[in-house]
Design a protein around this ligand. Sequence first.
Ligand code: ACO
Length: 426
Amino acid sequence: MSENQALLRIEGQDIPLSIVQGTEGEKAIMISGLRQKTGYVTLDPSFMNTAACFSKITYVNGEKGVLRYRGIPVEELVKIGSFVQTAYLLVHGDLPDEEQKRSFSALLNQHSLIHEDMRHFFDSFPRGAHPMHILSTMINALAAFYPNVDLLSLAEDIEISSARLISMIRTMAAMAYKKSIGEPIVYPRRDLSYCANFLNMMFDSPVAPYEIHPETVRILNTLLILHADHEQNCSTTAVRTLGSAQVNLYATISAGISALSGPLHGGANQAVVEMFRTIRKVGSVKTFLEQVKDKSNPQRLMGFGHRVYKTFDPRAKLIKQECHNYLSRMHINDPLLDIALEVEEAALNDEYFVSRNLYPNVDFYSGIVYRAIGIPENMFTVMFALARLPGWIAHWREMIGTDTKIVRPRQIYTGHSLRHDERNWR
Ligand code: ACO
C-alpha cells in the first residue's frame, strides 16, 4: 500500500482508499467508490466530517483562526479597504489591475438599475414583510427579466451576470428598505462608489439630503469584505447543491439568501442585538448566561460558537476593533456595546463556554456597527447577503467549471420494513 492510501478492513476484505491532500496540508480519504466495492456508505449527519468538494476560493483554519480569500489574509484585504476589489478577487481569482478595476466598476454602474417593471413588485409585499423574504423573491424573479439563464449562456456571460447581481442586490436592498418606511425610492448614482451609493440609496431623502461620511463608507467596506466568503457554510452549500442540478444562477442565489436567513446562520446578527436588548431588560448578564447554559432552555448565546472556529473568529476580532474605533470617531455611545463587552468577558471566563471552545463569531459585534451606521435591525441579514454574494457567485462558477455531478447524498433508512395495509377500504 502506498503512503497515499488508507486501508479499510471490512468484513474480512481490505479496501485501499486514496488519500488526497490540500495546499495547506489538510488530508481527506476518498470514499466515492466505497459502496460499489463493499455495499457500505459512510454516515455523517450535518456533514460534521465531510469535505464536499475541492475548492480554490477560501481557506479557513478553525483551530488557528485563519481566513484567506484566494490566498490573501482578510486582514490585508481590510487594509486595501475595497469591497468591490474583494468581490473581483473572489469571482475572478486575483485582485484586479487598474484597467480591470475600471471596467468592473463600469459594469457595476451599467447594471445598477433594476428593470422599471420590477419596482412594482415591491408594492405587492405586505407591510412588515421581512426584507430577506423580499430579497430572495426579487433575486429569483431576475431570471424572468434576464432570460439568458441557461448554463451555457451564463458561462459565456458570467462577467455581466455577476456584475448585474452584485450591483442590483444593493439597489434592491435599499429599495426594499425605502418601501418598508414609505419613503420615495432613491436611484443609484454613477458618481458614487459601491458603498457610498448604497448608503445614499438607503438614507437620502427629498427633505433631508444624506451626507456621506468617509468613515461610514470605510467601515461598511470592512464589514462587507469580512462577510464576502466563508467556504462551505450552509448557504454556500445550498448554492452549490442547487447549482449542481444546473438550476439558473438567480434561483441558486435566491436559495442561498433563504438559507442565510436562518437564525443559526446569517440571521444571527439580528438575533444578537435582540439578545443584548433582552439582557439589558433582565439586568444581569450572569442570569442570562445561566439560562443559556440550561439544557432544558433552547436559548443560545447568539453570536457565539462556530462549526469551524474553535478559537477566536478572526472576523469577530477585526469587527470588534473597528466597532470601537468607529463609535468613538463618530461620537456614538451605544449602551448595547457595553452589554456586548460584558457578555463576551463573562462567557470567555465561564467553564461552559471555555470547555466547548465557544468564542464570539462574526455576528457578535457586526449588529452594533450596523446600528451605528443607521441600518435597521431587520436589514442586518440583508447586509450579510449583499456581502456574501461574490462568494456565492465564485462557488457557483467554480462548481460549473469542474466536472461536478448532481449532489445527491445517500441515507440510512430507519422506517418500517415492508408492510401492507390490512384494512378493507371497499
Ligand atoms: N450558546 C450556548 N451553547 C452553545 C452555543 C451557544 N451559542 N453554541 C454551541 N453550544 C453548545 C451546544 O449546546 C453543545 O453543547 P453539548 O456538547 O453540551 O451538547 C456544544 O456547544 C456544541 O454545539 P453544537 O450545536 O454541536 O455546535 P455546531 O457546530 O453544530 O453549531 C452553531 C454551531 C450553530 C454556530 C452554534 O454554535 C450556535 O447555535 N451558535 C449561536 C448562533 C450563531 O451565532 N450563529 C452564527 C454562526 S456564524 C454564521 O453562520 C455566519
